[in-house]
Design a binder for this molecule. Structure first.
Ligand code: COA
Length: 365
């Protein structure tokens, strides 16, 4: 296949047994199990087990003792740096030198500890650490995450975070997962693959959209005029955050589940979000009649994370916490293929020419 596909849209790069979104938007299944069955039945750490080990037990372990020395206030940056450092501090071996069992254990330690890094980064500089015995009182990963961050875990916040993490734990071959697989395919260690994925996820077209949804809701709440807001964004040829998807051509099933959760948790933003969604969908249908642009996961994620009082700028790191499961599963799957990823590019640059034709070439003499 030599056809060039911008953004690799529709290109099949791997075969996977982990999960793949159903394009028409009906459902999202992890190892065959619909996420509708998981939410509220099993906590996130068991879903990690389902994705990585294809078994709920033992699931994701407890984090290793780790102190984030100087939180910067930028959680994705703290997470990326700390994850890369863990490779060296723990002496993680290269994937090519590990058997599957050891690679899985490295990924389990990393996944759990990355959550602790985000909680510590969120707590911030100059705050006393929450004592370990207080954190240990939490029964689930979401509870312990909140305890490590805030010293308390409101049950509504726990439900919001656990639901969000389960819904966004894995989603086939998106940019960060592709990055994790590419890095793993070089035989690098698991910390390198996970930290590379964090970098890919920090961009607003992938993991950062919820951070831009809430300001949008704030604005509509202030003006009480969603039509004017949407019209203005489209007139400036900008994107309405939380709509459109590379894969789905119908409603994202995660948006459906998260919308329901936002309602169940009595989000104070539910009404304005529903109204804006309605208006945006109508406007997008008119704006791009040939390309279905439906609500994506990020729109209702923003509302659910807001219930848990997650600050806007922490949403990419929250997404990274969720995605440690998907990344781990894909890194292991990639390791088993043992094949370096190395696609091709078609050269369309200048024809052969002398150095003297290039700007800045020193003139002799
Ligand atoms: N608002 C307005 N227009 C949108 C749009 C949105 N949310 N999403 C896509 N479009 C438009 C694009 O401007 C483009 O128009 P053009 O052909 O005139 O340039 C067309 O629809 C196709 O968009 P494209 O960027 O090719 O689609 P994609 O598959 O690459 O995009 C997203 C997928 C998610 C990156 C894109 O829909 C987007 O940027 N959404 C907003 C950000 C977001 O919610 N991200 C979270 C994703 S889960």
């Amino acid at each position: 296949m030599n056809e060039f596909k911008p953004g690799l849209e529709g290109v099949i790069a791997f075969e996977t047994e982990i999960a793949e979104p159903d394009r028409e938007g009906g459902a999202l299944r992890y190892r065959g199990v619909d996420i509708e069955e998981l939410v509220g039945r099993v906590p996130y750490e068991k879903v990690w087990g389902l994705l990585v080990d294809e078994s709920l037990d033992p699931g994701m372990p407890e984090p290793e003792p780790f102190v984030l020395a100087r939180p910067t206030g930028n959680a994705p940056s703290d997470l990326q740096a700390a994850t890369a450092r863990l490779s060296a501090e723990w002496g993680l071996r290269k994937l090519v030198d590990l058997d599957d069992r050891d690679a899985r254990d490295d990924l389990a330690r990393l996944s759990a500890t990355m959550m602790s890094v985000v909680a510590q980064s969120a707590r911030g500089r100059g705050q006393q650490r929450v004592p370990d015995d207080v954190v240990a009182q939490g029964e689930t990963a979401a509870e312990r995450f909140l305890l490590r961050w805030r010293g308390e875990a409101d049950p509504r916040h726990v439900k919001a975070i656990d639901t969000y993490w389960i819904c966004t734990a894995e989603h086939g071959l998106n940019a960060s997962t592709f990055t994790a697989r590419i890095t793993a395919s070089t035989g690098a260690d698991c910390g390198a693959a996970m930290s590379a994925a964090v970098g890919a996820l920090s961009g607003p077209l992938h993991g950062g959209a919820p951070a831009r949804v809430l300001p949008m809701l704030d604005e509509v709440e202030r003006t009480q005029d969603p039509e004017a807001y949407v019209k203005d964004v489209l007139a400036r040829h900008q994107r309405i955050m939380g709509f459109g998807h590379r894969i789905y051509r119908a409603e994202d099933p995660r948006a459906r589940l998260l919308r329901r959760t936002a309602k169940e948790l009595a989000s104070r933003r539910f009404e304005v979000a529903e109204e804006l969604e309605h208006v945006a969908l109508a406007a997008l249908r008119e704006y791009k009649p040939d390309r279905p642009l439906e609500t994506n996961v990020e729109f209702w994620s923003a509302v659910v994370l807001d219930v848990a009082e997650i600050p806007h700028d922490l949403t990419p790191a929250m997404f990274a916490c969720a995605r440690v499961a998907g990344w781990s599963a894909h890194i292991l799957e990639e390791k088993r293929t043992g094949r370096l990823i190395r696609p091709s590019a078609r050269y369309v640059g200048p024809s052969p020419r002398p150095l003297s034709a290039v700007a800045g070439t020193p003139v002799p003499g």
